[in-house]
Each structure stands twice: as structure tokens, then as C-alpha cells.
Design a binder for this molecule. Structure first.
Ligand SMILES: Cc1cc2nc3c(=O)[nH]c(=O)nc-3n(C[C@H](O)[C@H](O)[C@H](O)COP(=O)(O)OP(=O)(O)OC[C@H]3O[C@@H](n4cnc5c(N)ncnc54)[C@H](O)[C@@H]3O)c2cc1C
Length: 424
């Protein structure tokens, strides 16, 4: 990375401002930003990653301490992590292979259920369940040894684009000149706002309460999901060592009440809901992490690239799209943005620079279909299962049973959940 020290003639700062010139700047230090920065550096591009929370390596989860944030990783995520050479470095004793999913309707009737099985679909697994900090820790380790990648703990204050590239002014006084900028700065993306990219945005008026539990019955490598009358959804995802990770989507008021429960309060509550089905399936549950709540909303950016006249910036991850966690796909979708971007930049024609607008438009085109389809399905499912009228209740419960009897539809659902992505 080259450094120049320009003469500044307006105000007179005590030291010359340090200007760094790089190929790509990635803004954001979540899993999506970290994976993208590492992948770009592995392509041989001089890359800088900037975020306020990049200071320390995320500690690896240890022993009986299980991370609060647990994700379902799809096949497309596994392929990307393998491509980045970090999948094998993960501690696989902390990752649970998911082979079955059982989804139950809210009438409590035996036929209102959908069973998706890896065995029936002829695939080794449906997904993997693991902790967020497990992946972040290895991404941090791999990034430290990547000499094309530099990390800055800082915040972007101002952003200017011209036909050459992008100039980023940082809070600590530094200036970065990058040919291409990738915004992975999360759901509230300041870069998206700075670019004036509009969003369609909707609150679900729900929060997700997450917690890990030890269960007395084996979970049988199965994820369970109960749709409850009134619109609540409870998912129990299997983890190693007879544990499950709960995601309970509920009203913000109920989420606040749930966070105040102690072990006895939880045991009492879980034994009554969904016709006591949770206990029948998983036995007694003992809390194994402090519960936490996250507000739920849907966001879709109208454009994934900007500025309009001469795009030099691409949005990825939650900066581009946020969805309800009922399908466990938000991060997977964001990592597919990364995979597509790496494919496009890695295979670009020799005469194209990394910020050629043609490449950015390719990226946007390729990501719009996947994003629109997944946001649409997740949103419609959420709404169908929140509706309280009798015909709608009957329709959705009948629908679950109907889909369950169709091998063809189930196969398509599984293909969708696995996620298509290939590296050449
Ligand atoms: C309860 C729940 C369960 C979920 N379960 C799943 C699941 O099972 N599977 C799945 O695929 N997805 C799941 N998701 C979705 C998933 O959590 C998100 O899609 C994913 O974490 C988004 O990652 P990201 O890196 O894009 O954004 P974030 O993780 O939000 O990271 C954004 C980064 O940008 C940085 N930043 C912010 N502002 C600035 C700035 N001005 N300058 C520089 N940096 C900045 C932040 O510090 C942060 O580092 C779930 C979500 C919820 C709420």
C-alpha cells in the first residue's frame, strides 16, 4: 500500500494528513465484512478494512461457555468458508450437523406439520449450526496472516466519489483513497444513507429472544419450529452436547417479560406453550446462556451499488437486506453477496479495473433475484402465520400438511435453503 503526504493549504493541522491508497476498502467488521475483506486480499488486491470494533481478535468460545449468537450455516456459506480456507480450521466439535427440520402449525393437530429430511432429499445435511464467535475468531486469525489486508479501528466520517475512485475521511484524521468501496456496515448502514440509496423498510413489531438450553432428551440432529396462535414463532436449533439454541420471535412487550424470567419461570412457561410439545420433544430444559433480545425488521435497499452516475461502491450483507430470522437465512444471503463479488472480481477481464461500473452492475444484477425471492418468501410466511382469522389459520395449517405430502415441493424448498454457489 503506498502512502503520500500531501501539502494541505487550508487549515493547518499539527501533522501532515496521512493518505493511504488501496485497491479496495471494506467498511464494517461483522462476519460479512470480515469474510469479504479476507477474500479480496486473497485475490491479491490491496485491501483495508475499517470498523469501530476491529480492535481486538474476537475470543474463541471455550468449553461450556457457548456463544449467545448461534447461526444456521447453509451449504453456500460452508462453500465460501472452505474457499477462504477457514472451514477446516473451525473447531468442529462445536458445530452441529442439521439433518432434519420439523415445523408445526398452530392448531396442535397431528397432520399440520412439515418434515424436511436430508436423507429423503439425498443430501448429507440440511445445514450446520454453530456460534457466531467461532467463525469470527477464525476470520480474525486468518486476516492477521494475510499481508494484503490491513485493518483499521476507525469510523468513516465523509465519503467522496469521482470517476477515479472513492476518498474516505476517517474520524481519527486519516484519509483512504480506494478504487472500490464495499459497504458491509450493517442494517443502519451510514454509507447507504450517505449515498442517498433509499430503502423499503418495515418493522415486524416483534423481537427475537435468543438463549441456549441443555435438554435431557437427544435432539436427533433436528431443528424444531413451532408457529403459535397470535404470531409467535419458537425455533429450537440443535447444538452439540445435548444443547439447543432458541429463537423466540414475539411482541417487544413479551420479549421484555421473557428476559426477566428465571429458570423456574422459563420451565413453567415452556411446559405450557405449544400444547407442551417442546418438553415432549426435548425433555427438561436448563438455561445455558443469558437470554438476549433483538428487534426484527425487513429492509431492502433500492440499489446495491452507488452512486448512480458512476458506481464505485457496493452494498453487501445487512447493509443491502435484512429479513425475519424465521428461515435462518440473513447471514447466508450476505455471504452469498460476498461469494458473487469475489467471483466477479476474480474472473474480471484483464482490461477491467476493480471499479469498472460493468462489474458493479453485474454484481447488482446477480444479487437482486436471490435477495428478492428470499425476502418475499420469508415475509409472506411471517405474515401468513401472524394472521388470526379462521380461514387463514386453516389455510396455513392445511398448507403445511399439503407441502409435507409433496416430495417435489420439499425438494425445491431444500434446494433453496442450501443456497446455490460455486467457485471456479
Ligand atoms: C435473532 C436472529 C437470528 C438470526 N439467525 C440467523 C441464522 O440462523 N442464519 C443466518 O444466516 N442469519 C441469521 N440472522 C441474520 C444475521 O444475524 C445477519 O444477517 C448478519 O449478522 C449480518 O451481518 P453483517 O456483517 O452484514 O452486519 P453486522 O453484523 O451488523 O455488522 C455490521 C458492522 O458494521 C460496523 N459499522 C457500523 N457502522 C459503521 C461505520 N460508520 N463505519 C464502519 N463500520 C461500521 C459495525 O461495527 C459492524 O462491525 C439472524 C438475525 C437475528 C436478529
Amino acid at each position: 500500500m503506498s502512502e503520500v503526504h500531501p501539502k494541505i493549504s487550508t487549515k493547518s493541522p499539527p501533522h501532515p494528513i496521512k493518505v493511504r491508497t488501496v485497491d479496495v476498502a471494506v467498511i464494517g467488521g461483522g462476519i460479512v465484512g470480515k469474510a469479504c475483506a479476507l477474500g479480496l486480499a486473497q485475490l491479491g488486491l490491496n485491501t483495508i478494512e475499517i470498523a469501530p470494533d476491529l480492535g481486538q481478535t474476537v475470543p474463541s468460545p471455550q468449553g461450556d461457555q457457548w456463544g449467545q449468537r448461534v447461526y444456521a450455516f447453509s451449504l453456500s456459506t460452508q462453500k465460501l468458508l472452505a474457499h477462504l480456507q477457514i472451514w477446516d480450521a473451525l473447531d468442529h466439535s462445536r458445530i452441529q450437523v442439521l439433518r432434519d427440520m420439523r415445523i408445526y402449525g398452530d392448531r396442535g393437530e397431528k397432520n399440520d406439520q412439515l418434515h424436511l429430511s436430508a436423507f429423503e432429499a439425498g443430501t448429507p445435511q440440511l445445514a450446520w449450526i454453530g456460534e457466531s464467535n467461532l467463525v469470527e475468531h477464525i476470520l480474525d486469525q486468518a486476516s492477521r496472516f494475510q499481508n494484503k489486508l490491513e485493518r483499521l479501528t476507525d469510523v468513516v466520517e465523509k465519503i467522496d466519489t469521482d470517476h477515479e475512485g472513492v476518498t474516505l475521511n476517517l474520524k481519527n484524521g486519516g484519509v483512504i483513497q480506494a478504487q472500490l468501496v464495499i459497504a458491509a456496515d450493517g442494517a443502519n448502514s451510514p454509507i447507504r444513507s450517505e449515498l442517498g440509496i433509499s430503502t423499503s423498510e418495515e418493522s415486524y413489531s416483534q423481537s427475537a429472544v435468543v438463549a441456549n438450553w441443555i435438554c435431557t432428551y437427544p435432539h436427533l440432529e433436528t431443528a424444531f419450529q413451532w408457529f403459535l396462535p397470535g404470531g409467535d414463532i419458537i425455533a429450537m436449533l440443535p447444538l452439540p452436547n445435548k444443547q439447543v439454541s432458541m429463537v423466540w420471535s414475539t411482541s417487544p412487550e413479551n420479549a421484555t417479560a421473557l428476559l426477566k424470567l428465571d429458570q423456574n419461570g422459563w420451565s413453567e412457561l415452556l411446559s405450557t406453550i405449544a400444547n407442551a410439545a417442546i418438553g415432549k420433544q426435548l425433555g427438561e430444559l436448563t438455561l445455558n446462556s443469558a437470554p438476549a433480545a433483538f428487534p426484527l425488521r425487513k429492509i431492502r435497499a433500492s440499489r446495491f451499488i452507488g452512486p448512480e452516475s458512476s458506481p464505485k461502491i457496493a452494498l453487501i450483507g445487512d447493509a443491502a437486506h435484512v429479513m425475519h430470522p424465521l428461515a435462518g437465512q440473513g447471514l447466508n444471503l450476505g455471504l452469498r453477496d460476498v461469494a458473487v463479488l469475489l467471483n466477479i472480481l476474480g474472473k474480471r477481464e484483464s482490461f477491467r479495473s476493480v471499479n469498472d461500473p460493468v462489474l458493479l452492475r453485474r454484481y447488482e444484477r446477480q444479487r437482486q433475484g436471490d435477495t428478492t425471492a428470499l425476502l418475499w418468501v420469508t415475509d409472506k410466511l411471517k405474515r401468513l402465520f401472524s394472521a388470526n382469522s379462521n380461514p387463514e389459520r386453516q389455510l396455513r395449517n392445511w398448507g403445511l400438511g399439503l407441502v409435507n405430502r409433496s416430495h417435489f415441493i420439499k425438494q425445491r424448498l431444500i434446494e433453496r435453503a442450501l443456497g446455490e454457489i460455486d467457485f471456479e
